[in-house]
Design a protein around this ligand. Structure first.
Ligand code: AMP
Length: 282
């Protein structure tokens, strides 16, 4: 496993490989990340992982400074997964003095995470675009956990003709249903105990959907009822939206729906989602 900190060194090392699978991360790795790496390993000849806590996707009052970091542990995990190339650039390597080009997707800023976190997707799109240019992967792997991010990345790659195939892989959960996230490490034991209500709330909407409910607001209320029963959770938004346009739905139709939410637990903000698959009536 080669660990490279500069763009020049990474490019030189990358030149020795043909098809490459790429998993961009912000580090503090967990099974969610490792599932993407395992999939890349199965599907591509070689695997590259980046670890970069991207400052431009954090708002001024967000957790950039205290975002959890443990490079030594991350590298040990990646070595065990037999990752070929690890890119660990500094902030200055990615955003040198004079940096001034950003990629923005205005439509993404209007809904869900984009509306809740102004500038977030501009930061995501910019860094993903740069990383794809640097790494030049055949395929890049993203998690369904960050559903809107996957949609933004697919659009970025399509609009800018980036020759990388985007693969979106399922959310990996703890046994109690909590979606794995580096930010779970912020939770106090009490908050951690309350957190699985997030997944239970999503499942409540799914149950109603499978029982035939198609009214968007009824499905939203099914989520909210479970969240409200847990005093430590403060919902920020609950959405039942078209899975591609992310527009809120009055009725779930032939595309199914993405049920997604953001909640605060103490000082921690968590997101999760569940896809309601289209029901085909034969
Ligand atoms: P992050 O380090 O949080 O930026 O995540 C890096 C990649 O891992 C992103 O594509 C995430 O969507 C994905 N990811 C994060 N958590 C999970 C999870 N629990 N299951 C699957 N993928 C995940």
């Amino acid at each position: 496993m080669q660990v490279l900190a500069t763009i020049d060194a990474f490019r030189q090392a990358r030149a020795a490989y043909g098809p490459l699978g790429f998993v961009p991360t912000m580090g503090y790795l967990h099974q969610g990340h490792l599932s993407l790496i395992a999939r890349a390993r199965r599907e591509c000849g070689a695997v590259a992982v980046s670890i970069f806590v991207n400052p431009t996707q954090f708002g001024p009052r967000e957790d950039f400074e205290r975002y959890p970091r443990d490079l030594e542990r991350d590298l040990a995990l990646l070595a065990r997964e037999q990752v070929d190339l690890v890119f660990v650039p500094s902030r200055e390597e990615i955003y040198p003095e004079g940096f001034g080009t950003y990629v923005s997707i205005p439509a993404a800023d209007e809904v869900l995470e984009g509306a809740a976190r102004p500038g977030h997707f501009r930061g995501v799109a910019t860094v993903v675009c740069k990383l794809l240019n640097i790494v030049q992967p055949t395929r890049a792997y993203f998690g369904q956990k960050d559903a809107q991010q996957s949609i933004v990345v697919r659009q970025l790659v399509r609009d800018l003709n980036i020759p990388t195939q985007i693969v979106v892989a399922p959310t990996v959960r703890e046994p109690d249903g909590l979606a794995m996230s580096s930010r779970n490490s912020y939770l106090t034991p009490e908050e951690r105990q309350a957190a699985p209500a997030i997944y239970r709330a999503l499942c409540a909407a799914e149950q109603r959907y499978l029982a035939g409910e198609r009214d968007g607001e009824a499905l939203r209320q099914a989520v909210i009822a479970v969240l409200d029963a847990e005093p430590l959770l403060r919902p920020e938004y609950v959405s039942v939206a078209d899975p591609l346009s992310l527009r809120e739905l009055e009725q779930v139709g032939s595309h199914g729906a993405l049920v997604s939410l953001a909640v605060r637990i103490g000082a921690v903000r968590l997101i999760d989602n569940l896809l309601l698959e289209p029901v085909t009536t034969a």
